[in-house]
Ligand binder design. Structure first.
Ligand code: UTP
Length: 410
């Protein structure tokens, strides 16, 4: 572990000396805890507070990108299905569930996947996802490896829940958990908050670190040993998420693309969703707030929205490509959040409004690290039912309604 002097030097470099202000009052165990946390923390993310380093200020030239449409897919279904089924049956496909988020908007105090969306019976979000995977397993006659990313905050609860629920019928031999990395949280002046006198305030560093976290967890060897070539990454909160979809996988493989993304047609120019397009000739996702109104409303010759295809956080990446880009630095997003901290009296304070920044890397930025990406259009009402908010848009109620429409008993 680092010495007190080394810690002081690191903190001085980043203007964070206050972290050690109460050091002498700590007992030996707390001292060790604080020094090892300083050692483990990546302070370089703080450089992103400098406005010039911010991701959004550095975007290139955007251009629209077309998709394999629902109609194209219907015409080529058999071809896609058999290519995808072959890859799955030969063990070339794995899935990664991103479940390290804090789900603050939902306001549920457990991991989001533990939320019970059932009405007359229990039906957990995790259960919905596993049920969807089990449909594919039944169809294919083989289990598909599932890697679940958690965070330090929700890891034990998530693993215990899966154990208690017997993995909802999924063969546990095919399930592996791994923990994502954390990043420090700062106040609006860039000073790192403390959670207690011996603990820096940290939070999960966004869903973009999933592949490097797989590598840190030693699971890349497992992936390689199994001969896995493709990884389907998906979000925890879309209860209609179709995972390891053979047609999607087959379409991407047949297209020769390095990656694929499920997309939905935007409901309106103003829908607040990230759109897949190209940026300086490479696939990229432009966020709603980064688009000018001109871009949002631009039409093609056929009268369709030019920037039409919204992402639903369901991507297919090739392991070869992921290994190549692992050393490339991902953009770090600076996000305004409510961050609990200890005040001058040493009391833990839970703020009512945003009081600082967190640092996140995002899986959507990985798309821009690919030379190519196949956009694969899916029907929104069949595959997109996100549970983001407690009520209103993308909420428990809207997701329940969509589950019912799809014949799922609640
Ligand atoms: P969101 O961006 O919706 O974040 O995550 P969230 O943490 O779930 O919810 P809010 O914003 O606090 O309300 C999209 C997906 O990425 C995962 C989430 O679990 C979800 O599947 N995620 C997000 C991570 O795995 N790690 C993170 O650090 C953040």
């Amino acid at each position: 572990m680092i010495t007190l002097d080394t810690a002081k030097n690191v903190l001085k470099k980043y203007g964070q000396e206050h972290i050690l202000a109460g050091y002498e009052e700590l007992d030996e165990r707390e001292k060790v805890r604080l020094l090892s946390q300083i050692e483990m923390t990546d302070f370089s993310v703080l450089e992103n507070l400098n406005i010039e380093n911010r991701h959004s200020s550095k975007r290139g030239k955007f251009e629209p990108l077309g998709a394999v449409t629902i109609e194209d897919i219907a015409r080529n279904r058999d071809k896609y299905y058999s290519a995808g089924a072959e890859a799955i049956k030969n063990g070339k496909v794995a899935t990664v569930l991103l479940a390290g988020g804090q789900g603050t908007r939902l306001g549920f105090d457990k991991p989001k996947g533990m939320f019970d969306i059932g009405v007359t019976k229990e039906l957990y979000i995790f259960e919905c996802l596993i049920n969807n995977m089990l449909n594919v397993v039944k169809d294919m006659g083989v289990y598909i490896p599932l890697y679940i990313m958690t965070s330090k905050i929700n890891h034990n609860e998530t693993v215990d829940f899966f154990e208690k629920k017997n993995y909802f019928g999924y063969d546990r031999k095919y399930v592996r958990f791994f923990i994502q990395d954390m990043a420090p949280s700062v106040d609006f002046n860039g000073k790192i908050y403390m959670e207690s006198k011996s603990e820096i305030s940290v939070s999960p560093n966004g869903n973009g670190g999933w592949f490097s976290s797989i590598v840190h967890a030693g699971l890349l060897k497992d992936i390689r040993n199994k001969g896995i070539e493709w990884i389907n990454v998906f979000a925890v909160d879309n209860v209609l998420q179709q995972i390891a979809d053979p047609c999607f996988i087959g379409a991407v493989i047949n297209s020769g693309s390095q990656s694929g993304s499920k997309v939905v047609s935007k409901a309106s120019p103003d829908e607040r969703v990230g759109v897949l397009c190209t940026e300086d000739g490479k696939p990229a996702i432009v966020e709603y707030y980064e688009m000018t109104s001109e871009m949002r409303e631009l039409l093609t010759a056929d009268g369709e929205l030019a920037y039409k295809y919204g992402v639903i956080l369901n991507y297919l990446f090739s392991v070869d490509r992921l290994e190549k880009i692992i050393s490339e630095k991902m953009p770090v997003h600076v996000v305004t959040k409510k961050i609990p901290y200890i005040n001058e009296k040493g009391e833990l304070t839970i703020p009512e409004k945003p009081n600082g920044y967190k640092f996140e890397t995002l899986v959507l930025d990985m798309v821009h690290m690919q030379e190519s990406c196949l956009l694969y259009e899916v029907e929104r009402c069949k595959e997109f039912a996100p549970v983001k908010n407690a009520d209103g848009v993308d909420s428990v109620d809207t997701a329940r309604e969509l589950l019912r429409i799809n014949g799922i008993e609640l």
